[in-house]
Design a protein around this ligand. Sequence first.
Ligand SMILES: O=C(O)Cc1cc(O)ccc1O
Ligand SMILES: [Fe+2]
Length: 437
Amino acid sequence: MADLKYLSGFGSEFSSEDPRCPESLPKDQNSPQQCPYGLYAEQLSGSAFTAPRSENKRTWLYRIRPSVVHKPFTALKNDTVTHNWDEEEPNPNQLHWHPFDLPLGNKKVDFIDGIHTICGAGDPKFKTGIAVHVFLCNSSMDNRAFYNSDGDFLIVPQTGQLLIKTEFGKIEVKLNEIAVIQQGMRFQVKVTSPSRGYILEVFGRHFELPDLGPIGANGLANPRDFLTPVAYYDDVDEVFQIVSKYQGKLFTCEQDHSPFDVVAWHGNYVPYKYDLSKFMVINSVSFDHCDPSIFTVLTCQSDKKGTAIADFVIFPPRWSVQEHTFRPPYYHRNCMSEFMGLILGEYEAKIGGLSPGGATLHSIMTPHGPDANCFEAASNESLKPTRIADKTQAFMFESCLGLALTKWGAKTCEKINPDYHKCWQNLKKQFTGPKKL
Ligand SMILES: O=C(O)Cc1cc(O)ccc1O
Ligand SMILES: [Fe+2]
């Protein structure tokens, strides 16, 4: 794919001009009476105008036509995207999905048509909640652009790579990279082969880097490794379909030109990507298993201190060196929901269990942990330093919200493994009994 340029940094004030139009960014002001090159100025707000300065997000776009030049929206027929969390009865079981199928047959399915909601909670109307989707597509969006009025998308490709054209420029997202496209940003996804991946959507809030506390000023995902595209415009007068997800439903409208007509922009409200292999891993070098919060790449915080609407956590390749320790994840019950997926390789707690492109959900207070094979092996292994495979990347979307399954997630996808619970049934009683007096 193309050799693209990026701007490096997280939450920075960036500015970018398409090199074909030097000096296209107005100097010293945002709204000149006439913009350079006859462009229109348009502000895209990612926070309330009056949000504290540290959280205030907006970008000024200088474009060939303002976004308002489009025909009215009408409902787009779609039965795979939903924020209706009452489709199914609550289900507290441990859940395991086999890999979700890429589109079968010759039917062309693009990124928009390929989005399937698995579970979620909350309501975009109240600006709080999340949705977990998978995308399963085999063709590129042609003269079609999408924007999400409800929240931000954190996109995790698992099969295939994505070329995402945005109003801000182009982003290439390879395997083991993620992209975040925030609320309102128009984008188009091109694929070169059948593509599958996961989407974490958060309503009404944005992702931030986690605080580092005693870790210090560096580590985990470093700000410089977040990459934002440089300005690129198309001057194309052809019919385009703009699809918006608004209050959980899809709507479409037409316009007679490309929405990717931004010649220059400046601001701190931008799309970005991150290469997961750049994550600086922190872990125990003495004993015991650290909580997985040490692997948080990005967090979307709730109003409750230290409690995430959604954390994006990875389980990257690393050394395991703890002494006199059961090294895999501990058995636990969590007051948070844990949705996990696998990008590549195996997940250490379920070798042969979770497969790339599949998923698990361990809901609030649902007990879970290593399967019986993992327990047996890890309880008896010799504790020399071991490398947790070079080619592995599991991840978790962890949320303080109770997640509800959609009908597609529970039934229509036909991927739920009814035997999942069996992986724990061979955990034998090994209690040695009270001390004989
Ligand atoms: O359940 C899981 O596999 C995720 C997880 C991993 C870990 O290392 C500790 C706790 C936890 O929930
Ligand atoms: Fe867990």
